[in-house]
Every structure is written in structure tokens, then in C-alpha cells.
Design a binder for this molecule. Structure first.
Ligand code: PLP
Length: 369
């Protein structure tokens, strides 16, 4: 007989998933409602309203798509892009690269604006690309690049993109619930995120938001959206008052998201951001005090995800294995160009605490000794 499930206790301090808040876990053990039960429909409306607060937007089309963050990415691209459209993507890490792939699969003519991994995409480089590619429909960047730990500033970029009559799209998978996304203030036309990072819920939903400018583009499409599952023109009729069946909502994940958002709104968005900053800065200081170097320069560092350069002569995998076996503590290795060069340490949502910073620094010090 296969054993009953009994996973080891872990402290998930990698690039995600991060630990789920106990209240969220509790919400997930409550009984299922039917996906068209009036009680569930009320929970859906509440989830949308909470999501708008956390995304800092009034956008009516703010809903969680079924699927992980990558489903959110595909949702944005398949609905906004038609074959032959010019799309500029800022690539300074793995998730920029993924956006290029997704946009190309939509038939876009993709122009890449690159920067070294660990640096931001300079707004001037995007402007240059817009000038060289008149008629560009959309510019996409990653707000919180989880593969490097870079925080991309948005407002100046957004102003430039709009001056050239294009849409700005942001990957906010690791940003949401960790740093201000300010969708409305930054005039971001469309964004997507995930639930398993700073929202402290399990993976499985991808909150997306679209403003009126983006909706107009979707409304004026000449071709059918190539994905049936991710076609917003149909899905929104389940999330709005029409309540047309599209696919069976992942009920338990909606419960989890609703509770995760309630936890954040209860603490207060500004307090949540301040907590991430406080303990992110404490982690950076602690690592530097140990003589370690960080990949990203101070002014562009994320607080919720830190890339630490692996010192010369230290075995990347051995250190991570020991942290896991001795302390039950998970951190991430480097991806792509940074494989074997950095460790990625997350302090996301529920996990952004002084205790975790102290515990991690002590464990790392021990393992490196
Ligand atoms: N974008 C960013 C910035 C991410 O960090 C991730 C996941 O780590 C994704 C997209 C893809 O999300 P998922 O793995 O949930 O599909």
C-alpha cells in the first residue's frame, strides 16, 4: 500500500512557490460549492474586488485565470496580439525570454530590447526601439524579474510607450503583493501575475487585469483568439453577471486566493510593502556583512527576491542540498545565464519575517563554514 501523503516540513525561501499562509490552507479544506452556486458567485465577486485593491486598479476586467503564471502570460499575449503585429519585449532575464517565445507563437514580429541579466531595461532603449519600429502595438516588460532579482521602474517607460501609441504590458508574477504595482497610477494597460509568490497561496491561478485601452484592442480584433481556453471574450462572461459556463472553475483555488487577498488587505497594502522592504533590506545587509556580494545594484534590487553571487570555489548544489537536508530550507539556484553563478533567496508574503531572515543567515553561515 502506498503511504498516506506526509510531506516534509519545509521553509520555502526560493523563487516560489513560497509557504502558504495557514489561513489560506484552512480555506482550502472547506467543502466545495458548485461553480454556479449563488454562494460561489458571491465569493467570485468578492475575489475580483479584493484583487482590484491588491493590483491597485479600478479595471473592471480583473480576474484570476485558471492556470499558473505562465497561463496569465499567454492570456495577455493571445488576446492582445494578432499575427503580424509588432511587439517589443524587454529581455533582461528568463521571463522576458519566455514572453518572446509566447509572442512569437502568436505570430508577432518580435523586437527584443536586451540588457544584461541583473540590470534594468533602460526606458531610452525602449524609446529607441519604438522610433525604429513605427506602428508597434505593444511593449512588454517584467516588473519583478525572478530570475535575477531586478525591479523594473515603470512610470517613465509607460509614458514613453503611450507617447508612441502602443500598449504597455507587465509581468507582475513576483511583484503582486510584494511591491506596489500601481496599475492605474503607472497606466499599465494589461498585467498578469501568479498566486504562489507574494500572495502566499498555492500555484494554480493567474490574476490578470486589462484597462479600457487594452479592451478596445481586444474588441477590435480581426482574427479569433487562437486559444479557446484563454479567450477573454468568453471567460469574462462567466466572471461578469452573465454567468455563462465556460470551464469548471477551480473552486478550491478561488477560495485560497480570496483568503490570501483578505489577509493582505487586513494587514494593509502599505504595511505589506513596508514589511517586504524592511526584511529584504535586512537580508541584503546580513548577506553583505557575511562578505557575500549581490548581483543587482542597490537601487534596482527587489526586496522579495535576492540573487547572491556564489563565492569562488563553493559548490552551488552541495550548499543548497545541505540547507534542505539539515534545515529543511529551500532556496533557488540560478537559471539560464546565471546557472551555477547565483543563489536566489525569496522573502515572499507570509515568509517575509525577521525570524526567517535570521534563520536563513544562520543556516547559510553554518553550511558555508
Ligand atoms: N513570470 C515570472 C516573473 C515568474 O517568476 C514566473 C514563475 O516563476 C512566471 C512568469 C511563470 O509562472 P508559473 O511558473 O507559475 O507558470
Amino acid at each position: 500500500m502506498t503511504n498516506e501523503l506526509n510531506p516534509s516540513k519545509r521553509l520555502l525561501m526560493g523563487p516560489g512557490p513560497s509557504d502558504v499562509h495557514p489561513r489560506v490552507l484552512r480555506a482550502m479544506t472547506t467543502p466545495l460549492l458548485g461553480h454556479l452556486d449563488p454562494e460561489f458567485l458571491t465569493l467570485m465577486n468578492e475575489t475580483k474586488d479584493l484583487l482590484k485593491v491588491v493590483y491597485q486598479t479600478e479595471n473592471k476586467l480583473t480576474i484570476p485565470m485558471s492556470g499558473t503564471g505562465s497561463a496569465g502570460m499567454e492570456t495577455v499575449f493571445v488576446n492582445l496580439v494578432e499575427p503580424g503585429d509588432k511587439v517589443i519585449v524587454g529581455v533582461n532575464g528568463l521571463f522576458g525570454e519566455r514572453m518572446v517565445d509566447v509572442a512569437e507563437r502568436c505570430g508577432a514580429e518580435v523586437i527584443q530590447v536586451t540588457a544584461p541579466w541583473g540590470e534594468i531595461i533602460e526606458p531610452a532603449s525602449i524609446e529607441e526601439a519604438l522610433l525604429q519600429n513605427p506602428g508597434t502595438k505593444l511593449v512588454a516588460v517584467v516588473h519583478a524579474e525572478t530570475s535575477t532579482g531586478v525591479m523594473q521602474p515603470l512610470k517613465e517607460l509607460s509614458d514613453i510607450v503611450h507617447k508612441h501609441d502602443a500598449l504597455i504590458v507587465c509581468d507582475m508574477v513576483t511583484a503582486i503583493g510584494g511591491i506596489p504595482t500601481e496599475i492605474d497610477k503607472n497606466e499599465i494597460d494589461a498585467a498578469y501575475s501568479g498566486t504562489q509568490k507574494c500572495l502566499s497561496a498555492p500555484p494554480g491561478l493567474a490574476p490578470v487585469t486589462f484597462n479600457d485601452r487594452a479592451l478596445k484592442v481586444i474588441f477590435n480584433r480581426k482574427t479569433k483568439v487562437q486559444s479557446w481556453y484563454l479567450d477573454l471574450s468568453m471567460i469574462q462572461n462567466y466572471w461578469n453577471d452573465e454567468r455563462f459556463y465556460h470551464h469548471t472553475a477551480p473552486i478550491t483555488n478561488v477560495y485560497s486566493l480570496r483568503e490570501a487577498l483578505r489577509v493582505i488587505v487586513e494587514e494593509g497594502l502599505e504595511n505589506v510593502f513596508a514589511r517586504h522592504k524592511q526584511y529584504g533590506v535586512a537580508l541584503h545587509a546580513g548577506l553583505e556583512a557575511m562578505g557575500l556580494k549581490l548581483l543587482v545594484k542597490k537601487e534596482h534590487r527587489l526586496f522579495q527576491l535576492t540573487s547572491v553571487l556564489i563565492p569562488e570555489g563553493i559548490d552551488d548544489v552541495a550548499v543548497r542540498k545541505q540547507l534542505l537536508s539539515k534545515y529543511g530550507l529551500e532556496i533557488g539556484g540560478g537559471l539560464g545565464a546565471l546557472k551555477g553563478k547565483v543563489w536566489r533567496v525569496g522573502l515572499m508574503g507570509y515568509n517575509a519575517t525577521q525570524t526567517n531572515v535570521t534563520q536563513f543567515l544562520a543556516a547559510l553561515e553554518d553550511v558555508l563554514r
